[in-house]
Design a protein around this ligand. Structure first.
Ligand code: PMP
Length: 389
């Protein structure tokens, strides 16, 4: 058994043995036949995991979630464009910062920490401001554990002729997203969360409408992020021809192919349903330990992570105490409440491991006992096992 702690932070996360093996294989050339095949099949399978249309364009780049955010902004936004950001926490704030750097006029619809602006407020804001070009929202804000429903926002954007961009970094593969059915224009992501791969890939699927939007942008985006440049590369790999623009992260591409296949072997609906069942079971465990969630309503709570308020009298050293017991969880990230809560990731391969989910709750309970809180870690473990056997 590995000596390293069980990795239950909200990304990076544990990966399956097959994904780990793909990462550990000798690095292939970007033009090697097996790499070309893996790249092509990963692109095809991204459409299936994203529930995208046949003419939506997937992109795979070396980078991370922030690079994927940057890429969406770079292609759609230029000086003076009006954009609307649905505020849910640290990562929607980051989106606003990125957009500001492209000279956008950023309008934000905000909500208190742990809450999300409702669709009606977004509709009113769009009515009020007029001529908004792109709507940006974070599917799951990893800083607060708040999940929004992208469907009405994507439909609203379509109705008004606005492009919609969703940050799925902490959601893709773990939360329902119907890109084609909802008419979303960009669903961006990264490898290290619910897709259950090591960190290092910036991923996104882009609609035809958004690719058109790129052409209407004033001036060209930074070269590395240009959809037009990358498109021909992605098309070539999908046609099983290797083509060079900037060296892809070849081992990560192999891992992406393996990871997406694993998700699709289960079925994306089943994988998402597993995340839902896992989060419901964990909530029962947290309740047993007296831990209250940061999201202010159950319907706002993500299925991919738990953001939990620290109990009275317990400080953020709880995170290190949990770590000493062999499970790695994360501290707070949202600046307004950073020292008052902690976060546990439950996404990707870990939701296929009920033993890990039971262990994380029991370990949090044991650390609370160490801190003098009167709770029963075993009862919490049983609460999880009862719902996620
Ligand atoms: N968006 C969300 C929702 C995230 O959770 C993260 C990473 N925690 C990012 C964007 C940025 O991703 P990265 O750290 O890979 O740049």
């Amino acid at each position: 058994m590995s000596e390293s702690p069980l990795l239950m932070i909200p990304g990076p996360v544990e990966v399956s043995p097959a994904v780990a093996a793909a990462m550990a294989s000798p690095p292939p050339s970007h033009l090697a036949p097996e790499l070309v095949e893996a790249f092509g099949s990963a692109l095809e399978n991204m459409r299936r995991v994203w529930r995208a249309a046949a003419d939506d364009q997937p992109f795979v780049l070396a980078g991370g979630g922030t690079a994927a955010m940057e890429m969406a902004a770079a292609n759609l936004v230029s000086e003076g464009d009006r954009v609307l950001v649905v505020g849910t926490g640290y990562f929607s704030d980051r989106m606003a910062i990125i957009l500001g750097r492209y000279g956008a006029q950023v309008l934000a619809v905000e909500a208190p920490v742990g809450d999300a602006p409702d669709g009606e407020r977004v509709r009113q804001a769009l009515g009020l401001y007029g001529d908004v070009r792109v709507l940006f929202a974070t599917h799951v804000d990893t800083s607060t554990g708040v999940r929004i429903d992208p469907a009405p926002l994507a439909r609203l954007a379509r109705e008004r002729g606005i492009l919609s961009v969703f940050d799925g970094v902490c959601a893709t593969g773990g939360e329902t997203f119907e890109m084609a059915e909802w008419g979303a224009d960009v669903y961006l992501s990264a490898s290290q969360k619910a897709l259950s791969l090591p960190a290092g890939l910036a991923l996104q699927v882009v609609s035809r409408r958004a690719l058109e939007g790129r052409r209407r942008r004033a001036g060209a985006p930074p070269l590395y992020f240009d959809w037009e440049v990358w498109r021909s590369i992605m098309e070539a790999y999908e046609e099983r021809r290797g083509r060079y623009f900037s060296t892809p992260a070849t081992n990560l591409v192999l891992a992406l192919d393996v990871g997406l296949r694993e998700i699709l072997e289960e079925g994306i609906e089943e994988r998402v349903a597993k995340h839902q069942r896992a989060s419901v079971a964990l909530r029962a465990g947290w309740r047993e330990l007296g831990l209250a969630p940061v999201p202010v309503r159950p319907d706002l709570a993500a299925h991919t992570l738990s953001a939990l308020n620290l109990p009275e009298g317990v400080d953020k050293s709880l995170v290190a105490a949990i770590g000493r017991l062999g499970v790695s969880v994360a501290g707070g990230l949202h600046p307004e409440i950073a020292d008052r809560y902690f976060r546990v990731g439950h996404m990707g391969y870990s939701v296929t491991r009920p033993d890990w989910l039971a262990r994380v709750v029991e370990t949090v309970g044991e650390a609370l006992v160490e801190k003098g809180v009167e709770v029963d870690p075993q009862a919490a473990r049983r609460a999880v096992e009862g719902l996620f056997p």
